[in-house]
Design a protein around this ligand. Sequence first.
Ligand code: NPG
Length: 369
Amino acid sequence: MHIDRIVLHHLRMPLVAPFETSFGRSVEREGLLIVVQSEGLAGYGECVADHDPGYAYETSQTAWHVLRDFLAPAILGRTVADAADFQRRVARVRGHPMAKAGLEMALWDLQGKREGRSLAALLGGVRDRVDVGVSVGLQESPAALVERVGRYLEDGYRRAKIKIKPGRDVADAAAVRRAYPDLRLQVDANSAYTLETAAALQPLDELGLLLIEQPLSEDDLWDHRLIQERFRTPICLDESILSARHARQALEMQSCRVINIKAGRVGGLREAVAVHDLCRARGIPVWCGGMLETGVGRASNLALASLPGFTLPGDISASDRYYTEDITQERFTLNPDSTIDVPAAAGLGVTLDPAAVERYTISREEVTG
Ligand code: NPG
């Protein structure tokens, strides 16, 4: 693929409802749309770095800088064979996985369009619809949370994840469990606890949760092992797993029994597939995390989640759970069995809505090399 042109769009989109986690409350979502032109085709990528470094150190501004000044110039005007070739060319850029993943996604989209194959087919997907759930932010009170979860159940979701933080954990989860005894329920702490404060989470072990996600710091594999020893409920790692190597080490250390895979967090779809393959070989269930993506990133997540090892429902909700208007013409909807269809058209299988892209773009730049 000869890379003819790369344009970055910094997007800011209003969320349908505020989303609160242990690291903050968002009313809008920032991200980057990356459009790569190659031999008459356009590939789209989404970089999931947000406005602030709450979830990870990358922000939309750091990703913009790294993409414009280092990653895009490494391929502009050159011929790139595929994602593996791209990763070799940018290997000297340390870190910045979300920036790398955004550009890699656009190359996958181009490859699929060239070959007339869907991204799911390129990655080795085996399903045409995937099990999904909904991620519910912190609410005013346990009662408000129960009501919010109830509305999502009415929408058809059969798995819910609730956000927790110190002081807003056991009572919240217990209230949801009381109201919905059979719900597939899991909790996500986004690194808000220490080994000491996590002692307060022990009663969660009686609630029949699918998993407890990322209680401790991202750089804390060992202490996660100590936590996992105390719980029957599987600990799931998200922020701690930045590569297949981390995944292997976490499993060998017994720091978790489940892994959340996000292509943005591990530097791209190629590495995400490597994490999947490793976990599958070891019998470790994985699921696809979400980062409030637009239709572009949502299409990518659906393709990834179609791989055989994704045996737990993903954080991939319908478009209307996030945005009133999306930047793609396609909107993803929930099927009655709490699944979403995997796009079947070539590449990501989505087309941009130029007027919507224009509306939500706060800055735009063509990379000149
Ligand atoms: O459905 O896309 C979704 C949201 C899932 O809770 C979710 N994502 O910590 O995993 C997370 C959280 C997140 C959202 C993280 C935005 C970072 C940015």
